[in-house]
Design a binder for this molecule. Structure first.
Ligand code: EPU
Length: 448
């Protein structure tokens, strides 16, 4: 956990995470143009740790997670779980930040609407609480404004497992008085959240659930690994199908959260963009899926070493690429904005097509303010590389837009002031501090 610079957060929202420091600054001032050299420790994955924390609701026994990222989303979910009656114990050691959760008692009526509204992943509480307690009532989840982000697949799957679900004035009321039962479920799209939600529910449901067209993101594999360590019976039968034998009495588990592949891809871009050299510990190129070869084509060289990878700019320099976001192993939508920041300074033209979320180009206007040449037509952003970006005052609109603007600020001439830091804090454990350790000039300060 990085402690040199405090994170922005509302202290009243994060009482279950004592490692948060009170808010001391809500903007970053980045003086760009420095080449970055050093070692950047990749944290545990944001999108793995959240479902892993929720999995503790399925068992009365202790679940210990190591390598937990000290991010605002973790703090918010920890607070939600604590208010549901889950005991939490934090510690810090050689495995990073660790969290032990004890859900020997769950009080399903006590879901905090304001907290749920802050994060999309809170919808995962629905499947877990319903399976454990037979009823759950939850406000519709919030999260980044990057598209419609329906939860119809989640609800249809839970209904197929026997749940009665009603939606009223922004509230989801679900009950399964006789318990959930196994079902044959076909996801219309390999949704990450729906796969996780239905997996969590199916583990406690009576009988066999077959889940077709599942998401194959590595974070799902991490969740399956932890659930199996708790005694769940989950078989990957191939072709995007999971078979779950439910109704097993789960034990506790000790699990290490997988490395954050999005942070890894983002910082690899930072090394190439600034023409530096950054050692990325605990990483492997395979985690990037199709983004690995495309980043290589764009001029991001990744050299394997014993502890992970070294990222630097390829000798031929940065070059434009065409990419379309897809479910894993396709190009991750969460890397689209950071990679677009890289492409703003690449030789030639790039076509960046966002096929997962409808509104994930809100970083484009901000990059343009810094001198980027980008035109959006429908779901494609056409990027023509420029020789230099100039620092500007910009605002982050979601977690990945924030990371993209940090990258642009590192490469730009002059000073970039980044507002909207809650977005950066939601998804990253001390990104600014870790970049400073590699030579970046970044100061966190209070907006004036
Ligand atoms: N969708 C539906 N109905 C559903 C579920 C999904 O229409 O019931 C649609 C969504 O609207 C979207 C698409 O399916 O257009 C994909 O959504 P998915 O369910 O896969 O995404 P998610 O579970 O909401 C997770 C990550 C996102 C990441 C996506 C895709 C977490 C907490 N969030 O979201 O991460 O972009 O998968 O990989 O795991 C981020 O970290 O910045 C972030 C947004």
């Amino acid at each position: 956990m990085s402690t040199s610079m405090p994170h922005a957060f509302d202290p009243t929202l994060a009482t279950a995470a004592p490692w948060w420091r009170p808010r001391a600054g809500d903007r970053l001032v980045i003086r760009g143009g420095r080449r970055l050299f050093g070692r950047y420790p990749i944290s545990g994955a944001k999108n793995a740790v959240l479902p892993l924390m929720v999995s503790a609701l399925l068992t009365p026994h202790l679940v210990t997670l190591h390598n937990v990222p000290a991010s605002l989303d973790v703090a918010v979910l920890a607070t939600l779980l604590q208010r549901l009656g889950v005991g939490l114990a934090w510690s810090e050691g050689s495995a990073g930040l660790s969290l032990t959760l004890c859900a020997d008692q769950v009080q399903p009526g006590r879901i905090d609407g304001a907290l749920v509204a802050r994060m999309r992943a809170s919808v995962l509480l629905l499947g877990a609480i319903l399976a454990r307690c037979g009823a759950a009532s939850l406000p519709l989840p919030g999260g980044d404004a990057i598209g419609l982000r329906g939860i119809d697949f989640h609800l249809a799957g839970l209904r197929a497992m026997g749940a009665r679900i009603e939606l009223h004035s922004g509230l989801i009321r679900a009950e399964a008085p006789d318990g959930l039962h196994g079902a044959e479920i076909f996801l219309p799209f390999p949704s990450v959240g729906a796969t996780e939600n239905l997996l969590l529910a199916a583990v406690l449901a009576q009988g066999r659930t077959t889940l077709h067209n599942i998401a194959r993101e590595p974070e799902i594999g991490d969740l399956i690994g932890c659930l199996c360590a708790m005694g769940a019976k989950i078989a990957d039968t191939g072709g995007g199908v999971l078979a779950i034998e439910g109704g097993v009495q789960l034990t506790g588990a000790i699990h290490t959260v997988m490395p954050d592949r999005i942070e890894f891809g983002t910082i690899a871009c930072a090394a190439a963009l600034t023409d530096g050299e950054i050692v990325l510990d605990h990483t492997q190129a395979a985690l990037l899926g199709a983004a690995g070869p495309l980043l290589a084509e764009a001029g991001v060289a990744l050299e394997p070493i014993a502890t992970g990878l070294v990222a630097r700019r390829a000798p031929a320099g940065l070059a434009g690429i065409d990419l379309t976001t897809q479910p894993f192993p396709g190009f991750a939508t969460d890397l689209q904005a950071p990679v677009m920041a890289l492409l703003t300074m690449a030789r030639g033209a790039s076509a960046v097509t966002e096929a997962i979320f409808e509104q994930r180009f809100r970083h484009v206007d901000e990059l343009r303010r810094m001198g980027a040449n980008i035109q959006v037509q429908g779901r494609t952003a056409w990027v023509r590389g420029v020789v230099r970006l100039q620092g500007a005052r910009v605002t982050a609109s979601d977690v990945r837009a924030a990371a993209a603007l940090v990258l642009a600020g590192l490469a730009a001439e002059g000073e970039t002031v980044l507002d909207g830091l809650d977005h950066l804090d939601r998804g990253y454990d001390g990104m600014a501090e870790k970049l400073v350790a590699c030579g970046a000039d970044i100061i966190r300060s209070v907006a004036g």
